[in-house]
Write a protein that binds this ligand. Structure first.
Ligand code: SF4
Ligand code: SF4
Length: 174
């Protein structure tokens, strides 16, 4: 599906689509109490859910990018709300609007350039051998001839264009 940058009404309806069941939330806090990321970052998923239900400006929230998508919250939500799917849907909207956390952008650029989000260096190679692993993992590092195919794939789904979008608000770590 193609996507063009939306006006406020478009973003608002996009957020509503991404958060179909979110109005069932009773703000019990089971999600935030189950969230491992919230123990180490500013993410409060209960508050984020509340904001998503009320305000399309949620696409600008830095906390949106702190979720590791472990699905703890979604599995435990007593209202069976698809919390993580909503987070991912809102992130997608944000990315299409040129808003992406700087760390996520960095990882995405690595993927685009090297075919893998974690480039391998000499130290990594040495560490792998020391713990009894093959020097190179079963990724494009071991099969560099596949890099062009990965780039073609990323280009055909528009990933490269998404990263090249004019930045409307690259979010940095606080
Ligand atoms: S666990 Fe579910 S119902 Fe409770 S606050 Fe979180 S999203 Fe809302
Ligand atoms: S999926 Fe995200 S918000 Fe939910 S518990 Fe895991 S890190 Fe927290």
């Amino acid at each position: 599906m193609s996507y063009t940058s939306q006006d406020n009404a478009g973003i608002s309806s996009g957020v509503k689509n991404a958060c179909k069941d979110i109005f069932k939330c009773m703000q019990c806090g089971v999600c935030s109490g189950s969230c491992p990321s919230g123990r180490h970052t500013s993410l409060n998923i209960r508050k984020l859910v509340r904001k998503a239900a009320r305000n399309s400006d949620v696409i600008r929230e830095e906390e949106l990018w702190m979720c590791t998508t472990c699905y703890n919250c979604q599995e435990r939500c007593p209202r069976n709300i698809d919390i993580v799917d909503a987070v991912l849907g809102i992130r997608t909207l944000a990315a299409h609007e040129g808003i992406m956390h700087s760390e996520h952008r960095k990882v995405s650029e690595l993927l685009l350039e090297h075919g893998h989000a974690v480039p391998i260096d000499e130290e990594n190679r040495k560490n792998r051998v020391e713990i009894g692993l093959e020097e190179l993992p079963e990724t494009v590092h071991k099969y560099p001839e596949e890099l062009e195919e990965i780039k073609t794939l990323l280009s055909s789904c528009g990933f490269d264009r998404l990263l090249g979008k004019k930045r409307k608000g690259s979010l940095k770590r606080k």
